[in-house]
Design a protein around this ligand. Sequence first.
Ligand code: ARG
Length: 460
Amino acid sequence: MSRFHEPQHPDFHRLNASLAFDRRLWPQDVAQSRAHARMLAERGIIETGDRDALLAGLDSVERELRDERFPFREDDEDIHMAIERRLTEIAGPVGGRLHTARSRNDQVVTDLAMYTRERSAAARAAIASLMRELLIRAEGHIDWPMPGYTHLQRAQPVYLGHHLLAYFWMLSRDRSRFAFAEAESGRLPLGAGALAGVSFDTDRGFLARELGFSEVAPNSIDAVSGRDFILDYLGAAATCSTHLSRLGAELVLWSSAEFGFCELPDAWSSGSSIMPQKKNPDAAELLRAKAPRVVGHLAALHGVMHALPLTYNKDLQEDKEHLFDAVDTLELTLAAATGMIAGVRFDRARMREAASDELIAATDVADLLVRLGMPFREAHGVVAGLVRTAVDAGKKLSDLTDAEIAAVSDLLAEHREDFQAVLAQSSWLESKISEGGTSLARVREQIDLARAVLDEGATA
Ligand code: ARG
C-alpha cells in the first residue's frame, strides 16, 4: 500500500534519488545492518531465527555488492532502500523486520560517521607517508644552500632541508586536524530513530561496540540533525589541500628553466602534444588547482547547513557529494605529492648559485652594524645606501672600495674585515642560530624533533 495516488514524476525521481552517489556507502550500510540485527535479537525484539535469516541474507547481499552483480533497480531511491529491497527478495518477508527500531535518518548518518571515521584515518596515514618522504629528502639535502624568498624575491639564504621541513610541519598539523575529525565521527547516531528515539528498549552501547564507536550520541535530535563531523573532515581537507597547493606551486616554479632548481620524476610529468622538448609539471599544477575545489565543498556544505531547521531535512542528502569528492581529491593529491617528493631531483649547483648573490646578505651586514653599536633602523638605512651604491656601480658588495663604503658609513669602513667575513656565503646561513632557524645545528635539532613527531603519530 502507498499513501499516494500518482506515481513519482520521473524528473522528481532523478532529483530525489541519491543512489548514483551513495552506493559507495554499501560496506558501512551492511555492517550497520548486521550489528542492528544482532542487537534486536540480543534485546528480544526479534527472534534469533529471524536474526540468523537476516544475517544470512545480508551475507548474500554483500557478496553481490562486492562482486558488482547486485541487481540495482531503476526505482531504487538510495543505497539503504536498495539493500533492504534486495534482502527481502533473498530472505523473504523477514527482511522487513530489519528496519524495526531504525529510521533512514539515523541509518544514513551512522553510515556517514563510519565512512568519515575511516577516511580520516586513511588521510592521517597518507599524510604520514608524505611527511616521511619530506623528512628523508630534508635529511638528504640538509646543507644545500638555496635562496629563501619573500614576495618571490630572493630574501635570505636557507638550507633546502630547512625549506622542505616547513611542509613537514604544515602536514603534521593537518594530521592533527584529521585526528580531530576522526574523534568527532566517533559518536554513534544509530538508535536515535527518526528524531525522537524509538519505542523499543534497544542497546545502543552494544551497537557502538560492534561498530567501533567510542560513545553513544547523547541526544537523538542532535544525532539525526548533525553533520558537523563532515564539516570537520572538510575543514581538515581544505587546509591540507591548500598546503599541497603551495607545494605544487613551488614545484612548478622550481622545475622551470628560469629557476632550474629541480627536475620532476617522469612518472609525474607529461609531454606536450606539439612541442617535443617539453616536460610539463601537470601533477604539480593540479595540486595547485584542486585545492579550491575542496575548499568549495567545505563552503557548500556550510551553505546547506546554514539556518537549516532541526531535525532531518532532505537538504542533508547534499552532504554526500561534497564529502565524497573531497575524499577522492584529497587522497589522490596526497599520493601525487608523495610521489613527486620521493622522486624529485634537486640541482645543487643551480640552487647554490642562486643563493650566492651577495645582496642576499644585506640583513647580515645590518646585523654587523648593530653589533658595532648602531640602532637597527639606522643600520637598515646604511645598508640600503650601500646596496644602491653597489647596484649603481654594477659591482658586488665585496668589491666596493674603502672610499665607496666610507661615503655611506665610516663605522663600516673601519670594520672592513668583518664586513668581508659577513659576505662569505656560508656565514649568512650559519649566522641564523636562533631556535627554528636555518643554521645547520638548528636544522639537525629540527630533524630530530620531526622524527619524534612522525613516530609518535604512528602509534597514536
Ligand atoms: N538518501 C537520504 C539521504 O541521503 C537518506 C535519508 C532519507 N530520509 C528521509 N527521511 N527521507 O539523506
